[in-house]
Design a protein around this ligand. Structure first.
Ligand code: FRU
Length: 497
């Protein structure tokens, strides 16, 4: 049995029961998941691959797991697509992307190998590889690696050269790859090809100029509105005002694309999410021209899941990106609205003190609150509440901040529990849309001009929602249960094929 067959057999025999898993967020069938990979449309179907180690609930030799969807919400599990079974990827099939071609569905990924030097130390080499398939089965091409470490200009890191993002403009394919320069600073390098097999180095598309962390992982580059956006996930960031926190996170560089120099002329850099669990996002363009982004909903530094839970890692809800007045907005894909059931509406409800509304509870929901201005100082909403647990968002008027707190979510590890977000744009009302799916919350502020994504593994019995205000606040609430099951019950995320 080869490595891919072994991974598939293991997945078949050890698949984790769906009840108790998130309902509408992708999770691994068993074991560990990190970055989204190969997020693409092929023959009219949405494909999502992901960094996958089925054999344990922690990171290990990377495979590509695979699932498909027609609407970004309901996913179908497919066989594992790639296993680290060649000399050039023996240490892992790292992140990458996919594209529909005349030859089939092409996956571009990073093959990692470890070579022993003469002195016995290990040299890591990362190179770009190609596999082509029919949407289910993929074959690595004989010419791999299609971009060798030797094709990089002198001084560029061959050890940190990963996560290719492919796109096509007329007859030319382009590939943006994460890299480090001689000063150990993050950069994105660009290549071009006519056939995906022979690549030519073009340029440094952008670099971090000593800011925004060190290695830039998982680049993505695309036009949006009148601008171009380069998404990067820098490692080793240092906190910067209210915009960036310490550690790994994801940023969008917004600017003009200078096609002569193959260089992004950056105009602004913004954080893509202010929560504790959002990394390595990747986008695709739908057939109707929408730019949709999905990210890994976990942090490299904080593994807070309960020890007995045998799956580890989730994806965010896919989000539509738009650029309005030079501001980047994220909204959950509109397809999610098809799965809304059991509407609960409160209009201009007065909240004063601690308050529990009779129909406001649950752990799988799409909940929008519009909060009018008032004399109050603080307004708090707490989720996943029972006598022991709660996780809350507190809006503080004086500082225009929202503070998240998961201290009492049932966590057994000493991880970051509190984080605040400075609200960017003040309007008359504050609009907060929360997506809850058992162990996560994604908050979209004021139509998605800012988002805040975090996980919490509170036992499922805690499902109350409590509102609290120091004085009178007037709010309107629209709440839906999200149900993937036609009968109105919370349904299964994956159907077996
Ligand atoms: C980002 C990352 C990528 C790499 C992958 C390995 O989270 O470190 O740079 O390809 O994960 O699993």
């Amino acid at each position: 049995m080869n490595d891919l067959e072994r991974a598939n057999k293991y997945q078949e025999e050890n698949r984790i029961d769906l009840c108790g898993k998130p309902v509408f967020h992708v999770t691994p069938p068993v074991g560990w998941m990190n970055d989204p990979n190969g997020f693409s449309v092929f023959q009219g179907t949405i494909h999502l691959f992901y960094q996958y180690h089925p054999y344990r609930d922690s990171w290990g030799p990377m495979h590509w797991g695979h699932c498909i969807s027609k609407d970004f919400v309901k996913w179908k599990e497919l066989p594992v697509a790639l296993a680290p079974d060649m000399d050039y990827d023996a240490a892992g099939c790292f992140s990458g992307s996919a594209i529909e071609t005349e030859k089939g569905h092409a996956l571009l990924y990073t093959g990692v190998m470890e070579k022993e030097r003469e002195d016995g130390t290990i040299e890591v080499v990362q190179q770009q590889c190609l596999a082509i398939g029919d949407g289910i089965y993929y074959k690595k091409v004989s010419g791999n690696p299609v971009i060798t470490a030797g094709q990089l200009p002198k001084g560029f890191s061959t050890q940190d050269f990963r996560d290719p993002k492919v796109w096509r403009e007329r007859d030319t394919y382009y590939l943006a790859v994460g890299n480090k320069n001689e000063k150990q600073n993050g950069q994105v390098v660009l290549f071009e090809s006519g056939d995906l097999e022979e690549w030519r180095y073009l340029s440094v598309l952008a670099d971090n100029q000593g800011k925004y962390g060190k290695m830039w992982e998982c680049p993505d580059f695309f036009p949006l509105g009148q601008k171009h956006i380069l998404v990067v996930s820098p490692q080793d960031m240092q906190a910067d005002g209210a915009e960036f926190h310490n550690g790994n996170q994801s940023a969008a560089l917004i600017g003009e694309y200078d096609r002569k120099q193959y260089r992004l002329l950056e105009e602004q850099v913004v954080s893509l999410d202010y929560g504790t669990d959002f990394y390595a996002p990747q986008t695709l363009e739908t057939e109707d021209g929408r730019r949709i982004m999905i990210a890994w909903m976990q942090s490299w530094d904080m593994n807070i899941k309960p020890a007995e839970q045998k799956w580890n890692g989730m994806m965010t809800i896919p989000r539509q990106l738009t650029l309005r007045n030079n501001q980047l907005y994220q909204q959950p894909v509109k397809e999610l609205e098809h799965y809304r059931t059991e509407p609960v509406i409160y209009t201009d409800k007065e909240i004063c003190g601690k308050c529990q509304l009779p129909e406001l509870r649950g752990r799988v929901l799409d909940l929008t609150m519009e909060l009018q201005e008032g004399d109050y100082q603080e307004f708090t909403v707490s989720f996943a509440v029972n006598e022991k647990y709660h996780t809350s968002f507190r809006y503080i008027c004086a500082t225009q901040t929202i503070e998240f707190d998961r201290t009492y979510s049932g966590m057994e590890r000493d991880a970051v529990c509190r984080r605040s977000m400075k609200i960017k744009k003040t309007e008359k009302t504050l609009k907060l849309r929360f997506l809850l799916d058992r162990f996560s919350v994604e908050l979209f502020v004021n139509d998605g001009i800012q988002t805040f994504t975090s996980t919490f593994y509170t036992p499922l019995g805690a499902e109350d929602i409590i509102l609290e205000c120091d004085k009178k606040a007037v709010i309107s609430i629209e709440k839906y249960t999200i149900s993937l099951d036609e009968n109105g019950k919370e349904g299964d995320q994956f159907e077996k094929i």
